[in-house]
Every structure is written in structure tokens, then in C-alpha cells.
Design a protein around this ligand. Sequence first.
Ligand code: ADP
Length: 693
Amino acid sequence: MNLPAASAPSPEPPRARRGVRWLLWGALVALLLVAQSLLVGLTLSYEEARAQDRADAVAAAASGEMRRLVQRNLQSAQSLTWNDPPLTQWHYDAQEMLRQRREFLRMEMRDNDQRLLDAVETPFRPPLFGTMARGELEIEMHAACATARRVASPQFSRSYFVPQAGGLGLEVVDLCLPVDRGGHPSGYMIATLALGQLLEDASNATGAGEHELSLVEADGTRLVRAGLHRGSGVFHATRLVDLPGNSLQLRADAVQGRPGLIPNLTLALVVGLSLLLLGLVVVLARDVRRRSVAETALAEALAFRRAMEDSLVTGLRARDVRGRVTYVNPAFCAMVGFEAHELVGSDPPPYWPPERIDEYRQRQSERLTLARDLNAQREGFETQFMRRNGERFPVMIYEAPLLDRVGHHAGWMSAVLDVSAARRMEELSRQQQERLQATARLATVGEMASLLSHELNQPLAAIASYATGSLNLVNEADQQPGDTVVETVSMLRQALERIAEQAERAGRVIKSVHGFVRRRERSREAVGADVLIEAVLPLVRLQARKSGTRLEVECPKPAPRVWVDRTMVEQVLLNLTRNGIQAMEGDATPLDQRVLTLRVTQTHARWVRVSVIDRGPGIAPEVAARLFTPFFTTREEGMGLGLSLCRTVIEQHGGALDFGPAAPNGANGPGTEFRFTLAVPDPARHAAEPSAE
Ligand code: ADP
């Protein structure tokens, strides 16, 4: 678990970074808009170019068609004058021609002076000059005929407007063909053509449906138009239609106007795609924003975690499934005195004391085999680490399995506590306790000194009197006759035996006090409860005798065994019995009721209860509340340490000490029962330990 550097400190402040990000996004959107506008513009101009090209093509095709039609009509008209047919024949042929060709409106035959000889009208229309007389509209025709005669070839006149009934009119052009007879000019044939019809035919032939075709003059005046729709005047092209004697301009004007933005499919596609792109950019921007928010949150969380880990005083250590260190926090580094890079990946880690590497490896492999039972690993255990300077120190390790994202076991995370200070404190407090207890013991003994002197006085007085008696016997034997020697020796032996007995008794008393005061090493052992009681009984008896108290010991046989530090528990017993005896010393307890009971009961397979019961006046509630407070006492010579020490000792043994009325409803006064529990030896744990009987 190589933790990534939480948030690499950036040279830019976050505000500036945000500004740059916004600038980039703005530039991207602007670029997109420019690109899209260009695309739309290009599409529009392409559309326009295409429309213009179409208009050009239509104009070119229509003008070509016009020229072809005019040429054909010219030839048809010429065919009427071949061989200079008689007028009646011409009339007949002209009628036929007019029936076939709709663009011809009228045909005339004129003499050399352009006087009208004959005229034939198209059968499809009312007479052309019905509204206005031909005579008034002949100027263009005369000019064309004069030119035709001069150049000896057919000529078209300038176009002119012939009014028709109902306010309408027709734009027409005259074709003048000079007629010769026998090589001499004999007259003219005039064919009047409807420009509108010609244009309509050309339009139909070229399929210029989407364009309006019109013939215009040089100054732009429109003469005729063809086509179903009007041109929009946006895309148009003009071509010249050259006729002999005249030239017309043909203009093709596209119906389609400037390409619209929406109805155009290509444009719609481009605009649609642009919008889609813009939408994608927005979605992307949102996604990026979300990511950036998540990134910031992650960075903050990482920074927070790092700060937290750095500020912890608990050492943190992560190991992979193979037991190699993958992460340590600063507190751990400070604890062992190695840098993080010296620890990560090290095998064995440098903080393992060299002499314990094998043991630790064994333990590690055991833990790895237990890896499946992930919950079983959370209990703390104490072990020893080594600092860089070689100092060994105790640590408490709480280890928990590390799971990866998919829940697989990826290693171990340990919280490591340096408990050397705590251990030192414990040791210090233990020493202080022991010193205090020793003091308390001495105080107890001090209290007993008078008792002791009284107790020792008796055997010493007995010894002294036996010794005096023995001396007297020896003196008397010197003066007595020999037969009394045997008797004297026997009496002397008796006296000496008494002396020895009394000396032994005095020795026992001294030994019991010595054994109690002597400071012994603290050690636990399995010992019978009766043995504990026996040990304190001589001292208890000393005190009991003084106040006339009887002692009762109730202990099942065989006595249950307990796992204790003998000296300590004996001291507890002595304190409690002493308190009980002292409670009965006053006037409140008559002499015959002064009984102190020591009772041993097995309350549970694992627990033994020891009770010290007196028949004293009991404990007043205000005294009971402060009973276990150190230095609380009601006696003038008391130290007030007894009960508080007793409780500490019993609790150190894992038991509990409390008290209550001895016989709540008893007739002999309430009395007090002090009781404490002691653990019986655990055969599994204490089998190899020493046992004292
Ligand atoms: P000390 O014996 O030096 O006074 P202890 O802690 O042993 O100190 O006892 C504190 C006080 O508790 C005693 O002074 C006494 O008043 C009270 N006490 C202890 N045991 C008994 C008892 N069996 N009956 C009545 N009072 C008791």
C-alpha cells in the first residue's frame, strides 16, 4: 500500500488554476463556435455557388435552344419563298405553316415597295393587329427589310409590343426575307414571331422548371418571361441570343432565393451536428467539473488523512500479505528511529531485534495462515521492537486485516503503541506499592510490639523460673545423699524440656513476626486456602488472646487451592482479622460474644471466597462511604492504609473485596463480614508453575 503523495503541492493557487481552467473551456467553446460558423458559412457559400452554377447552366442551355428554334423557324420561313411560288400557293403554304408552328403569329407578302400583298394569321389567336392597325406598327419591320435587302439575307427586326384586346399585349419580332424573282428583287416575306412562345418552347426543351426565363433588352427592360414561378432575383445569369439583325439577352433567374438556414438539409445536418457537438462539449464539461469536484474532495480527504496520520502519536504500519512493510506513519518512524524509506519493503524490518528474528518470523507465518479468519486478528499483543540505537522496548500491537476495493485480503494494518513509558510507570507504581505495603507491615508490627513483648514475656519468664528451679535443684543435689540424684536428674530433665519448649515457643513467635515483616519477591503460586490461614493464625491468636476473642476457622477439607502471592494475601488476612478483633474490643461486644470467624467457601469452579466475620458493632454509613480511602481511620493509632491496600492487593489478583453486615437479622449485633475472592489455579496456564503446600 504505497500511499500516493496526497496532494502534490501546486505552485499555483487553486483560484488561479480555476481561472486557467475556465479560460481553456472558454477558448474551446469559442473555437467550436468559430469552426461551426465557418462550416455553416462554407456550406451556405457552397449552396450559393451551386445555385449560381445552375442558373448559368440553365441560361446557357436556354439561349442555345432559343438559337436553335430561331434557326429552325428561319429555315421554315425560307422554305415558303423557295421557287417564288404564286401568291395563292404561298397563301396556302403559309396557312399550313402557321397551323404547325405556334410561334408564328402572322405571315405577310409584300411587294418591292413593302406594300402588303397578302397576309395570313395564325389560326390559334385572334388577328394580331385587331386592336392596333398594322400600319402603325411597321417601323421596325421596314428597317429590318431595308437591311435585309441591303445584305440580301433574312433579318430580324427589333422587338416591339403589339397591344391586344383586354389590355393585354404581345412582344413580337418580325423576320423579313427578301424575295427575288429571276435574280431581281420582287418583294418581301414577313413572318411575325411571338417571343413569348419561343421562350416558352426553349424553357420546356431545357427543363428550366426551377428558373424563370426572360428576354431582356440591354438596358434591363424585360420583354417576355416564361416559367411557372417567378425568379427571386438572387441567382441569375444572362446570355446573348444572337439573331441576324437583332440580338436579345436571355436571363435565367433561379426561383430559389438565398439558401435558408433551416429548410436546407445539408445545413440542417451541419447545424444539427454542431448542436450535438456543443451538447457533447457541455456534457464533457459537466463530467470534467464533476471529476474535478471529486478530485478536489479526494485530495482534501487524502490531505486530511495524511494530516491525521501525521498528527497521530500512535504508530501506524501496513504490511502486505507476505509481511513486508508497505507503509509507516511519522509516529512509527519516530518510535523506532528509522526513516520511512528504510522501513518500506525491508525484510526483515530493521526494528526487529536480531536475536528474535526467527521467533517473529514464526509468529508472522502463523498469522498469515490465520489470514482467512479475519476477525480473529483484532486482539492486541505485546512484543518487543528495537530502536535504531539498539535499545529494545516493549510495544503493544493492534492488528486488523486490510481489505482492498473488492474485499480481498491485501495485508495488515497495525496500530503500534510504545508501552515502555507505561511499563516504567507500572514498575514504579509497583515499587511504591511494595514500599507502602512494607511500611504498613512495619506499622502493623509496631502496633503488635507490646503484644509481642507480652507474648515473649511469658515463655521468657517461664524459662527464667525453670532455670532458677533447675539451679536450685542442682544446689540441693550437692548437699543431698547420692540416692536422691536420680530423682533430681529426672526433675532437671523435665525443667530443661520446659525451657526448650518455652524457648521454641518464643522462637516461633519471633519467626512468625519475622516471616511477615521480611520482604519477599512477588511471585504467584498455587497454595491451599488453609495454608494461608495457618500462616497468619499465630499472629492473629496473639491479638485475639489479648482481647479474649475466640477464633473459629471454617474450611472445607480438602481446602481449595488458590493462585496467589502468599505474602500479599497473608497481609490482607492479617489486616482484616486485626480490624475484626479491634472492632470487638470495645464495650459494645461482651466478652462471651467475641468470636472471629475465618470462613473459606468455594463459590464457583474458578473462585474461592474468604470471609472474616466479627461480632462487632458494625460499620456506620458515613464510615462505610470512606472505608477504602487511603489514610482514612477512626483509630488514634491507626494509619488508615489497611483496607485500601487490601483492596488493591485483591484486585491485583483479579478478585474483589467488599463487606456487609455479618448477620443482618442476628441477635448478636450486626457484626461485619469482610470477604474477598481469589482465583483457583488454571490447570492449563499454571501447570508448570511452582506449587506450595
Ligand atoms: P486502620 O485499621 O489503620 O484504621 P483500616 O483501613 O484497616 O485502617 O480501617 C479503616 C477504618 O475502618 C477503621 O479505622 C475502622 O473504623 C473501620 N473498620 C475496619 N474494619 C472494621 C470492622 N471489622 N468493624 C468496624 N469498623 C471497621
